[in-house]
Design a protein around this ligand. Structure first.
Ligand SMILES: Cc1cc2nc3c(=O)[nH]c(=O)nc-3n(C[C@H](O)[C@H](O)[C@H](O)COP(=O)(O)OP(=O)(O)OC[C@H]3O[C@@H](n4cnc5c(N)ncnc54)[C@H](O)[C@@H]3O)c2cc1C
Length: 432
């Protein structure tokens, strides 16, 4: 494993840092104000304004690896850059690197036909439109994606789509023009992983109704434009299918790998920024005659935060490196591990920061409220912690099953009576 940053990455880091200092941090207050005042059904002018500058600066689509469309960075190279963007809720969209668009663009780049790419990927890469991903359903336990029950039924040259989705991030954004919809084309298939398909549904299609916006811990718009969407007798041409019927699961697995690790990269940046704020605040505030930072409990929390961040960063880099070298499938255990570790790390550090800020930690003046909402929702979105832990546990058990116990220091089999008697006979206190 080689985690040193190349000259190319260091140069990009410096340019990103400079852009953040000049354009992102000074505009954050405006961003939160606009989100608060305009709400989740509107475009925020500050984002559009800054997108123009980021694109002109060449800090655009950095997320897309090995592709004619993006910056051609590997996951390992993108990690430290995505981390910088994660320091601010405003930054990812400004650099056209925000969820769910990055995952959707990867799907279109990997699995889309030339026509689908021209129609949808090109404007997404240009930042002219946004996209949504509709998998989760209010009536099904959607952490098990095989439960998804919406139907996609072929009728001549069209698919007819019916279903109710929620937590369809981004659907209330007026720029959102396309939804990647997951549903069943073959509900009777005995292989439950072949029942699902993904279809491109333009948001303006008749029968698509964005029913409502959902708050995330009371926030609307930032950190997430969650929405409930009803698909009622929606008709799209059969050419809107992605990859082919029955291949939805395959795409979901491909999509969620990069999407998940991007969340983790951003969370590391978020945690770094929160820790910086906690340190500054704790150095300035002096309850009971000495700086809060000199109270042992705060010092311990600062140290523990640094340990947690470094652990998460190393695991993220390892997962990214594996994705680049052996592919997302082989890296799935590491991706699952970091998807559990990073949100918990960030939740813990933000929680300590809120405590150190006292009352001020509970409003959004220091963006701790929105930061906590971001970290906490990621213990659920893109698969809850428990589901990832189950996967890690199963992989671990399989790894051990495949190993020869004799070569790895023994096994857990119960000793035979002969072995017990032999060991007793040779012990310090043999059976009389
Ligand atoms: C802010 C936000 C944005 C989101 N964005 C999107 C989006 O853009 N598109 C989209 O399709 N979805 C999105 N989601 C949905 C998210 O991916 C789902 O909420 C998640 O997969 C869990 O599904 P569920 O809500 O149906 O929970 P359920 O499946 O009902 O599970 C509930 C809880 O049960 C527990 N659980 C589940 N399985 C197990 C298990 N095997 N062992 C032990 N415990 C278990 C977990 O604690 C889990 O949280 C978003 C969610 C949030 C909160």
């Amino acid at each position: 494993m080689q985690f040193g940053y190349s000259d190319k990455v260091i140069a990009l880091q410096q340019r990103l840092d400079a852009f953040m200092a000049e354009h992102i941090y000074p505009n954050e207050a405006r961003f939160y104000q606009q989100a608060e005042q305009l709400g989740p059904w509107k475009v925020y002018p500050v984002v559009e304004e800054l997108k123009v500058l980021a694109r002109a600066a060449g800090l655009w689509n950095l997320f897309l690896p090995e592709s004619a469309h993006g910056a051609g960075l590997s996951n390992l190279e993108y990690a430290p850059l995505c981390e910088i963007m994660g320091r601010s809720h405003l930054a990812p969209e400004v650099f056209n690197c925000s969820a769910p668009d990055t995952g959707n663009m990867e799907v279109l780049a990997r699995y889309g036909t030339a026509e689908q790419q021209q129609r949808w990927l090109a404007p997404l890469l240009a930042g002219e439109i946004r996209s949504a991903f509709a998998m989760t359903e209010p009536l099904e336990a959607s952490s098990d994606a095989t439960n998804i029950a919406s139907l996609i039924v072929r009728d001549g040259d069209e698919y007819v789509i019916n279903g109710r989705k929620w937590y369809t991030t981004g659907a209330t954004d007026p720029s959102c023009k396309i939804i990647i919809f997951m549903g069943k084309t073959d509900p009777a298939n005995p292989d439950k992983y072949k029942q699902q398909s993904m279809v491109l549904v333009p948001l303006e299609t008749k029968g698509v109704k964005v029913l409502r916006t959902l708050p995330v811990f009371g926030y609307y718009g930032v950190p997430d434009r969650a929405a409930e969407v009803h698909f009622d007798q929606v008709r799209v041409p059969v050419t809107n299918i992605l990859l082919g019927e029955g291949r939805g699961f395959e795409i979901a697995q491909g999509r969620l790998g990069p999407g998940r690790i991007h969340h983790c990269m951003r969370l590391i940046g978020l945690a770094e920024r929160v820790l910086e704020r906690m340190c500054r605040r704790a150095s300035e505030r002096r309850p009971f005659g000495k700086a809060l930072s000199e109270q042992t409990v705060t010092l311990q929390r600062i140290a523990e935060s640094r340990i947690l961040i470094e652990q998460s960063r190393l695991l993220t880099l390892k997962a990214a490196w594996l994705m680049d070298t052996v592919g997302n499938k082989v890296a799935k255990s590491e991706i699952a591990m970091i998807k559990v570790a990073a949100p918990q790390m960030a939740c813990q550090i933000i929680d300590w920061a809120i405590q150190a800020f006292g009352g001020a930690g509970t409003n959004n003046d220091y963006f701790l409220g929105a930061a906590y909402a971001t970290a906490r929702l990621l213990r659920i979105a893109d698969g809850p912690d428990e589901v990832h832990r189950n996967q890690i546990g199963h992989i671990e058990l399989k790894r051990l099953r495949d190993r020869d116990p004799a070569r790895t220091g023994g096994h857990a089999a119960v000793l035979s009576i002969e072995e017990v008697e032999a060991s007793s006979a040779s012990s310090r206190w043999p059976r009389p």
